[in-house]
Design a protein around this ligand. Structure first.
Ligand SMILES: Nc1nc2c(ncn2[C@@H]2O[C@H](COP(=O)(O)OP(=O)(O)OP(=O)(O)O)[C@@H](O)[C@H]2O)c(=O)[nH]1
Length: 297
């Protein structure tokens, strides 16, 4: 059996860094894998991919020759890949390695409502790959609970981290792991001179648990909402209800600077790609109840 992991997530969420850390970790664990780049606009890789869509087609050439913008160009590149799927089959050859890690582009439209990735997954299944996806969301999202949970406004309405993960899951319909990336940036609050820093850090970790299994109750009592449109509020209320009624999205925290955390992510991937998703996902190892102090307020 061959295994493939689609590494997805918004731009800058850490997909390429995750792929290269995972490749290094696989090697250190005496396991093997191959990295495939699916981003026709990628410029630099810390870990050189062995299969690269840019050898078939590049975004820059597409934009120059067809006068497309970056989003239209990306879609064209994916359509071109699917029309020339023999190229991919040839590149994949007889790989029987542990994993094919597929580093995807950062345009979330590709995951949330285009049929292109589902078509690619279907093809991989047909040629004998068991496929799962990881969806990375930056841990900084939890610093703004509105941005994490529901619609928020800049100049336009934008879907939150939870909503975009949810719509990608629904669009792709394959075994799935959501990962909260860049956990090394969650310092735990307070600087090192602060005598309460360690305690604050643990309290912050406790809050994080409410984001790993998204608890929309975190939104109650907030007053950061600035949008005065009643219909916006009503819609957001319905979204909160939806998240509560359908707890589809859960996150695994990942700190790439910590080998145990990487191993934990890899063992989740191993499990999900082989057996599908558990009814009861495993508890993240590094956030046991015992790690947290009693709440005093
Ligand atoms: N501190 C920290 N920084 C990270 C981590 N992962 C990625 N970064 C940084 O975040 C930035 C984006 O990382 P990438 O791996 O290129 O993200 P990406 O999702 O592949 O980006 P696109 O391909 O543009 O969608 C880079 O500056 C990385 O060095 C992490 O775990 N911790």
């Amino acid at each position: 059996m061959r295994y493939a992991v689609l590494v997805t997530g918004p731009a800058g969420s850490g997909k390429s860094t995750f792929c290269s850390s995972m490749m290094t970790h696989l090697q250190a664990s005496r396991r093997t894998g191959h990295l495939m780049n699916l981003d026709p606009a990628a410029e630099y890789f810390e870990y050189e991919p062995s299969i690269d869509i840019r050898e078939l087609i590049s975004l820059e050439d597409t934009m120059n020759e067809l006068d497309y913008g970056p989003n239209g160009g990306l879609i064209y590149c994916f359509e071109y890949l699917l029309q020339n799927i023999d190229w991919l089959d040839e590149e994949l050859g007889e790989y029987e390695e542990d994993y094919l890690l597929i580093d995807c582009p950062g345009q979330i439209e590709l995951y949330t409502h285009h049929p292109l990735l589902p078509s690619l997954v279907k093809h991989l299944n047909q040629i004998g790959f068991r496929t799962c996806a990881v969806y990375l969301l930056e841990s900084q999202f939890i610093e703004d609970r509105y941005k994490f949970f529901r619609l928020y406004t800049t100049s336009v309405f934008k879907p939150s981290g939870v909503l975009s993960a949810m719509s990608a899951m629904v669009n792709l319909e394959i075994p799935w792991i959501n990962i909260l990336s860049k956990m090394d940036l969650i310092t735990g609050g307070g600087d090192s001179d602060d005598p309460n820093a360690a305690r604050n850090g643990l309290r912050k970790k406790r809050d994080i648990q409410r984001y790993l299994e998204p608890d929309p109750m975190l939104l109650l009592g907030g007053n950061e909402e600035t949008n005065s449109n009643m219909r916006f509020h009503t819609l957001n209320k319905a979204i909160v209800q939806l998240i509560e009624d359908h707890p589809l999205v859960q996150f695994l925290p990942l700190d790439l600077t910590n080998t145990d955390s990487l191993e934990n992510a890899l063992s989740h991937i191993d499990h999900v790609v082989q057996y599908g998703e558990d009814e009861e996902p495993k508890e993240p190892k590094d956030l046991d109840e015992g790690d947290f102090p009693e709440e005093t307020e």
